[in-house]
Design a protein around this ligand. Structure first.
Ligand SMILES: COc1cccc(CC(=N)NC(=O)c2cccnc2OC2CCNCC2)c1
Length: 389
């Protein structure tokens, strides 16, 4: 397939797959900062660049409205991600973030925000090398401006602004195949409110299944079962950081979280991120951890429901409590919080609980990519320890 733009970029090319002579690591060396293009790329004449200050209620709202109406939909165009404003502020302002990496495109005359792309800095380990990368996300072009080739120039502009901060690698995911995935994951869904999921067309009634039988099949206990299972609190940050750093060592690609990162990415935030841990009642040691983020979807064209309440599995660590039991407690809490569905990728050790906890396979795949960094082999999903929002 022709990838006019991606064939010009320092990314693994399909033709290089299997060429074992190519070394693992950066594809191109850094450019001297004096040689990085100082001025923004040219946009088509009706449009101009803008920096979206997410601290500004007005700009954050413009971004929210653009994404709510124009961001990623499922393959059957029945659902569209509906990230909340609080979630966007959380996702885009981690430790060390750059406002200049929150890039918008406006119509010069009307000043209407019609496109968006973001980066946030992250330290990511690839095998034994920790690399400061940009995590690229929220690439969105207004539905009415599609195939005007805006996306390539937006990608070049965010790349230029990342280069200006002396960062030369990036990580991103996409539902489409581009040159060249470092890994491809399958997504899975666990029904929590099967009646609503069937009503809105997210799920279908199984063959030889009645609605009441289906509701019974997905029923969960009212309370969690693991002794010492509780919400994460600020004083837990050091212990959770130790637990998570040690656990993520086993994966080929994973974030290199420090306490600052854990404090931002994993402390509970109402309606954004939920995280729980198991504190041994005997020793008070923190032995396990689970977390999920809140990402509702707009339901397009249903009379009775407008929003699908979805929880997305984030980082989970089990050292004492069986992962299956830990994740079942996560399902129980998500049900208590009135989520309709709990989603997970088959990354890390998730495959070990998906079927047993009654997750069903989704109808799509999520591909992971690194920019300007070659890995010798395509990774199994279970070798991936990185979850992007
Ligand atoms: C149910 O509403 C949807 C609305 C839009 C798209 C999809 C399908 C889809 N593309 N799902 C995922 O990408 C996905 C499925 C399970 C877990 N994480 C996921 O994506 C995350 C990570 C990448 N950025 C989007 C959120 C579903």
């Amino acid at each position: 397939k022709r990838h006019k733009f991606w064939e010009t970029q320092p990314v693994g090319q399909f033709k290089d797959l299997g060429d074992a002579s190519l070394p693992e690591g950066p594809i191109e060396p850094p450019t001297p900062l004096s040689e990085v293009k100082q001025e923004p790329y040219n946009l088509p004449s009706p449009y101009e660049w803008t920096t979206c200050d997410m601290d500004s209620e007005e700009m954050c709202n413009e971004v929210y409205v653009l994404l709510t109406n124009n961001y990623v939909e499922d393959d059957e165009n029945m659902f569209r991600f509906n990230y909340s404003k609080e979630f966007l502020r959380w996702a885009l302002r981690p430790p060390g973030f750059y406002r200049s990496w929150h890039i918008g495109v406006r119509v010069k005359t009307s000043k209407k925000l019609v496109a968006f792309i973001t980066g946030v800095p992250a330290r990511i380990r690839a095998r034994d090398t920790v690399v400061t990368m940009a995590e690229i996300n929220f690439l969105c072009v207004h539905k009415k401006l599609r195939s005007k080739r805006l996306a390539p120039v937006m990608i070049k502009e965010v790349t230029r602004r990342v280069h200006m901060e002396n960062i030369w690698q990036a990580a991103y995911t996409a539902g489409v195949v581009l040159p060249t995935p470092i890994s491809t994951c399958q997504y899975w869904h666990r029904s929590l409110n099967p009646k609503k999921l069937i009503d809105v067309g997210f799920s279908r009634l199984g063959a030889r299944m009645t609605m009441s039988r289906t509701i019974k099949l997905y029923k969960l206990p009212d309370q969690t079962v693991t002794p010492g299972f509780r919400k994460m609190e600020p004083h837990d940050v050091p212990a959770v950081t130790r637990l998570l750093r040690n656990y993520l060592k086993q994966f080929v690609v994973a974030p290199d979280f420090d306490e600052n990162d854990v404090e931002h990415w994993l402390l509970p935030k109402e309606g954004v991120i939920d995280s729980y841990l198991v504190e041994s009642p005997e020793t008070h040691e923190i032995t396990d951890f689970c977390s999920f983020y809140t990402l509702p979807s707009s339901i397009l064209g249903n009379q009775n429901h407008s929003t699908l309440k979805a929880a997305y599995s984030y980082y989970n660590v089990s050292t004492k409590t069986p992962l299956i039991q830990l994740m079942n407690d996560a399902l129980i809490v998500a049900k208590q919080k009135d989520f309709d569905v709990f989603n997970a990728l088959d990354v890390m050790q998730n495959e070990s609980f998906l079927k047993q906890l009654k997750f069903g396979p989704g109808d799509g795949k999520l591909h992971y990519y690194l920019y300007n960094y070659r890995l010798k082999h395509v990774l199994r999903a279970s070798e991936l320890g990185l979850v992007l929002l």
